[in-house]
Structure formats: C-alpha cells, structure tokens
Design a protein. Structure first.
Length: 752
C-alpha cells in the first residue's frame, strides 16, 4: 500500500520549525495571488512553462505537486510567493519552508527531465509595487535527491502510522454494525439513500422528519462507504453549536457500540472559542503557546492522533499538555482525522479551510450538510459585505498619520455617493467603482502599515481592514445575483452617515462548486420543500437525487388546528391579542402541560404574555428575551420538565424554533401565531424584485417559503418520538390557503 502526499503538505510537515508567527500578514488574497503569479509568468520568455505537474516516489511514498514555473532556456525552476509589506520582515522559518518546497520540486524536475543540475529560484512578488525579488541558487541533482530523500524519510514514519490507521479504519468501518438494535422507522430508508448517493457520486437532498435520528442515519452509511469509495474524509457541517453536539454524540454512540473502532473524529470551533490568550497576538514574542509552536507540534500531533474523539475539551487537554495553541493544533489535526465536525463556513466560506485543504491535497471527501435549510441565509451572509461610515469616521479621528489621507479620500468618495440619494434606503444597479478604487488603495495602505507595525493588528483598525478586504472581494464577484444598497441615517440637518452593503441574493454560483468538488454531498433537513427553491438558490447539480423520507409519525399523534378566525397581520395585531390569550388559556385548561407559543416579534410576544398574565395569572409563563446568552437559553429550556406546567413564549425563527429537543411531557403543544414571513421592508422588497426577475416567483422565494419553513421547524419541536402526543395550533387565516397548506408536512391532517 502506498501513501500519497502533496509537496506542500510534505514540506509543511518536515520543514516548519520555530514560532507560530502571523506578523508577516495578512498575506495577499487568493485572487491577488493568482494575479501575481500571472504577472510573473507574463514577464518570462515564450518557452516558459506554467504549473508544471511533477511526481516522484520514495519507498512507499508518492510525492506530487505543481511547480509554479520552469524556464527551459535558463534551466531555472521557480517558486513564486506573493507578499505585501517589507520582505525583510519575513520570519526566517517562512523562508526556510519556501526553500524546502522549491528544492523538492527541483529534484522532481531533475528526475523528470534527466538533468544533472538545475537553478532554483524563489521569486517574491510585491503585489503593491509589482516588483520582484529573486533569490536563486544552482544545485546538483544528487544533492537535491539527498534532500528529497531526507524529507521523505522524516515523513515516512508518520506515513506508515497513517497507512496502518487507514487500513484499520477501513476494516473496522466495513464491519461496523448499526449502533442500535434496529433502525427507526424511516431511518433505514435515509441511510440507504445516503449510501447510494456516495456510491454513485451524486448529490442528495434528503427531507426527513425530525425525530427519526438523521445524524446517525447519515453518518453511519458514510462510514460504511469509506473503504469501497476510497474516501479520505467525511465533513459533517452544521449551522449551529447544537448541531455539532449531536454529531459528536452520534460518534460517541458508534464508539460505544464498537469499542475497537479505529476512527478519528475532530471538532473544529471558532478561534475566539479556542484561544487561550485572547489578549495576546499570534506570535512568539507575545503568546507563550506560539513560542516554539512548530518545535513542540510533532509531539502534540502524535498525542492527539491517539485520541479518537477530539472534541473541544479533549483537544484542549492535549494542546495544553504540550504547550501549543489549541486552535492551531485543531487546524493541524484536520489533516489527520477521518471525520471533521465543523460549522458551514469551514467548507463554504471564501477562504474555507476544509475546502482549501481538500483541494490542495486532492482528498476524496464526502460532505454532510445538517439542517440544510439554514444554508441559504448562511451562504448569503458569507458572500455579502458591508461597511459602516460611522466606523470610518471614528477611525479617521484616531488613525495613525500614514493612514489619514487614504481614509479621508475614502470618506470623500463615500460622501459623493449620497448626493443623488433622496430616500433613506436605496438600491443601485451598479457597484460604486470610484469608492471601490479608494477602498482598494486604503486597504493596501493599511496592509503595508500592519506589516511595518504588527502590534497594531488588533482593535477597530484591524476590524475595518478585514471588512474592507471582504468588501473588495465581494465587489470583484458582483453580478445580477447581488444588490448594492445604501442605508442612510441622519444625525442632524447637516450631518448624516450611511451603511454600504453588497448583498448576495443567490449564492448558487459559490455553493455549487463546493458541492460538486466532493465525491458526494448530502443536504438533509426536516424542511426542504419545495425542492426547487433550495435547488435554485444553492445551485444543486441537475442530477441531484431527492428523497422525502416517510414520516414514522401518524396524524393521530399530532392534532393540528388552523385557527382562521384570527389574523396576525400587523394591522390586525391589537385586535388579535385577546382572542390569542383566550385560545391559549382554553387549551391549557383542557390539557394542562408545557407549551411553546411562537410570535413574529418580541413586541408581539410581550403584548400577548402581558395580557395572559393579567387575565390568567394561574398559568406559569417564561419569556425569551433579546440577546440571551447561552446560559440564559439553557435556563429557559430547563423550565420544561416532565412535571412542570406552563407556557414558554418565543420568537419564531429564533433560538427555540429549531434544534431543541423536549421529548414526552416536556412539551405537549405549540401555538404558532405567525406565518413566519420575513419583515416587509425595503431590503426584502429589493430581494423580491431581484428573485422575481431571476426565478419568476419573487414573493414565494422571499417571503412564503422561508416563512413556512420556520413554522414547520417550530411545530417539529412537539413530536419527537413515536410515543409522543401533542397539539399544534396555527393561528392565522392565511394558513387555510391552498398554497400554504401544500407546504405543510404530508403526514399532518390539519382541521379548521
């Protein structure tokens, strides 16, 4: 059995030493790097070869990669590195790594062409000044072969461990039995559909009811497919923290049912959640866990590889035992684990780490997208950008001298945008090119300043810089799938400020390549109807398979009532308060227990709760409030016990509308006093117009489908198992409309 490794991955393993040091940053964006490489290539001779594919072997190791360029006229192989700032500030261990890479490429080229010697060059390209710094040296082929063999030998022991682990993993996964005595109703159908999708290399949309065990039902078949489909990794992607916990719990269930299972599972968490020293910068002169990080990493990596379930707690224990940063240890272990549980952004964002690693290392991956109905809004936010003028004003007042002029010019161009705008909100057909030029110059000046003054890499200045980079990146991609808008707010007759937004409406063109790059991508949720809505907005391939898993629940388990006599429209809100209060009180008196009542806003929620408390003080109430911390959310849920009785008030689409589990007597009913339609405002009206132009169904795509999806998710909190019984009251006359009723789950039997 051979082990394949990319040149860059090999050298990062063998040639990285010393401190973790992010001071020679931020590095150029991927787009800037591509442009820089093209610029360098355009300056070379007509015979210059770009992106030269190379490969070689050392014992069981296969090494492959693409050298940036080779000039046969001068017999020179080049490795191009783009940068910004002063090259003399580059840490020595960065340069050492770059030489290691070009020397490995050098031997592979000598071997390919039968050369006795070759000139190797590091070409450092300044993306601001567009100048090149050329560091070159001539090497004899035998010397490069020795270096190549040394690097491979250093890696080979680890590679042998990886091969042994993979063999054991594949063997164990092949023999893995389902962790429960039997499949739940619908769970087998889901698992079979997932296995078929990964076996045929297709994308799958799976609509499966809450309560059938979707997490185990999707993860188990992916593990069974590891060996036959030669998968390197499974990425389990979630929208929220509770989803990560469910995936980790499912992994633990598999471990408990198969104690010898050789499977490494890693949880990735955000940097601010993993960092031990938030007050320190990421370099050895500031943070003790960055000092000598790469010298201590091999031992930490070895220890972490022996832990099967590397959740946040276990990974932190390993990291601190070896005095390394937990966050960067987790990034390293993403290369060496089998299942990675992470937020959507780790695979779908512009600079997504998991997607980048998969592409670089040519991994064969399968992707599971949990609660995929959330991906539309999350993706839109990933590919959007905004800038606030008030933040700019604050920076101008306190900015260091070298940045004052670029910031002032940016502000002048910003103010020029206000001249033609009469309304507080206005959308525009074109992006603001003059402002973007000023913003680009400003971002370059800030990047140069940070390279010269790394201690300034914190606070508001850094935050604005990253926002500027994101804005420029989105602007490069701007097309009919985006809206550019300006929201003005006046402080006085003469003073105003605004927020600029490049707003993504249809993320399909960015999501589709990520889905198709995987061997198989499975998007699953209890609410993926109508399928064309998600297919259009997420860019699902035309051959995407679809399964609507039959519900294990029966209509008699859930009494669904449509209360058509009440309207919850904003103009009827005051008149709806008393009827809703009496409806809740009457149901509570008929069947005491725990209920959730969902409303469209906190104001509406509070008005109903206040009137209910006045009219029926005997009913216990607890209310969701704005901006609840995690502990407060847990306290809210803890009120729902098997023996309590009361009504919890929540906002539809908020923290308690999905992803919570209150089985049995902990929740016996829900009142949903809203269609969940997004707020009627200028932004949503622009979204409606744009989606109407693209898909011909602007209202449905903007308001109706997202709204009903929230309603069905909230109602799904009531029935969590085949033993549960409950009631759901849909309060609004519009629930009786045919086009709304057809979006409700098939197994419901609503009455009016």
């Amino acid at each position: 059995m051979s082990y394949s490794v990319a040149v860059r991955a090999l050298c990062e393993f063998t040639a990285k030493v010393g401190d973790l040091d992010l001071r020679f940053t931020p590095s150029p964006s991927a787009q800037e790097g591509i442009v820089g490489h093209r610029t360098v290539a355009s300056r070379r001779s007509a015979h210059y070869q770009n992106e030269v594919a190379l490969e070689g072997e050392y014992e069981q190791l296969k090494v492959r990669g693409r050298a940036d360029g080779y000039d046969p006229d001068s017999n020179r192989l080049e490795e191009v590195k783009t940068y910004r700032g002063d090259l003399k500030d580059q840490p020595a261990n960065h340069r050492q790594l770059h030489w290691a890479q070009v020397k490995v490429y050098g031997w592979l080229m000598c071997q390919k062409l039968g050369l006795d010697e070759i000139e190797l060059a590091l070409v450092y390209f300044d993306i601001v000044g567009e100048g090149e710094t050329l560091l070159k040296q001539r090497f004899a082929a035998p010397d490069l072969e020795r270096f190549f063999n040394q690097q491979c030998a250093l890696f080979l022991d680890w590679a042998h461990q990886q091969m042994q682990h993979r063999e054991a993993r594949n063997r164990d996964a092949q023999g893995l039995a389902f962790p429960h005595a039997e499949f739940r109703s619908g769970q087998r159908s889901l698992a079979e559909s997932v296995y078929k999708a990964v076996s045929t290399g297709r994308c799958l949309m799976a609509q499966a009811p809450t309560g059938i065990g979707k997490t185990v039902g999707t993860l188990f078949p992916m593990l069974k497919a590891l060996a036959p489909q030669q998968l390197d990794k499974v990425f389990f992607l979630t929208a929220k923290t509770p989803g990560r916990k469910l995936a980790l719990d499912a992994a633990q269930v598999l471990y408990d049912s198969s104690p010898e299972l050789s499977l490494r599972v890693l949880e990735l968490v955000a940097r601010d959640k993993a960092c031990e020293h938030l007050d320190k910068a990421c370099h050895g002169d500031s943070c003790p866990l960055a000092k000598g990080f790469y010298d201590r990493l091999p031992a930490a990596r070895q220890a972490a590889a022996r832990v099967r379930l590397l959740d946040q707690r276990h990974l932190r224990e390993v990291a601190l035992a070896h005095d390394v940063c937990p966050y960067y240890l987790s990034q390293e272990m993403a290369r060496w684990t089998d299942v990675v549980v992470a937020d959507y952004n780790y695979y779908f964002d512009f600079g997504a780490m998991l997607f980048g690693l998969a592409q670089l290392n040519q991994w064969r991956v399968a992707v599971l997208v949990d609660e995929a109905h959330n991906l539309v809004e999350r993706a839109r936010s990933m590919y959007s950008a905004s800038l606030d003028q008030y933040s700019l004003k604050t920076l101008r007042d306190s900015a260091p001298e070298p940045l004052k002029k670029p910031l002032q010019r940016l502000n002048r161009e910003w103010n020029a945008l206000h001249k033609d705008q009469l309304a507080p909100y206005q959308a525009y057909a074109a992006k603001p090119d003059k402002l973007l030029q000023a913003l680009s110059l400003c971002a370059s000046a800030m990047g140069d300043y940070f390279n010269d003054h790394p201690e300034a890499l914190s606070g508001d200045l850094q935050a604005f810089y990253f926002e500027a980079l994101q804005f420029n990146k989105v602007a490069e991609l701007f097309n009919e799938h985006f809206i550019f808008d300006i929201s003005k707010r006046a402080f006085s007759a003469k003073r105003s400020s605004s927020t600029l937004c490049l707003r993504n409406v249809v993320p399909a063109e960015f999501i589709r390549p990520r889905l198709t790059a995987a061997r198989s991508s499975v998007l699953f949720s209890a609410t993926l109807s109508p399928r064309h809505y998600y297919a259009d907005l997420l860019g699902l391939p035309t051959d995407t398979a679809w399964v609507d898993v039959e519900s294990p629940f029966k209509a008699e388990q859930l009494q669904v009532s449509i209360v058509e006599r009440i309207s919850t429209r904003f103009v009827h809100r005051q008149a709806s308060l008393e009827p809703i209060v009496e409806l809740i009180a009457r149901q509570f008196a008929t069947q005491p227990g725990n209920y959730l009542a969902f409303f469209s806003s906190f104001d509406y929620l509070q008005q109903v709760a206040q009137l209910l408390a006045e009219r029926h003080p005997q009913i216990a109430l607890w209310l969701q409030s704005r901006g609840m911390a995690e502990a407060e959310r847990q306290a809210f849920l803890d009120q729902f016990t098997p023996h309590s009785q009361g009504v919890g008030f929540a906002v539809l689409g908020g923290a308690f509308g999905e992803g919570i589990d209150l089985p049995g007597a902990r929740l016996i009913g829900a009142f949903i006093a809203t269609l969940g339609l997004p707020q009627l405002n200028p932004v949503n009206e622009q979204m409606k117009a744009r989606m109407g132009a693209i898909f011909g169904a602007g209202y449905d795509y903007t308001y109706l489908y997202p709204g009903i999806q929230k309603v069905v998710q909230a109602a799904g909190r009531v029935i969590r198992s085949q033993h549960d019984r409950g009631v759901v009251m849909l309060i609004d006359d519009r629930f009786g409309e045919a086009r709304v009723r057809q979006l409700l789950p098939r197994w419901w039997a609503p009455t009016t």
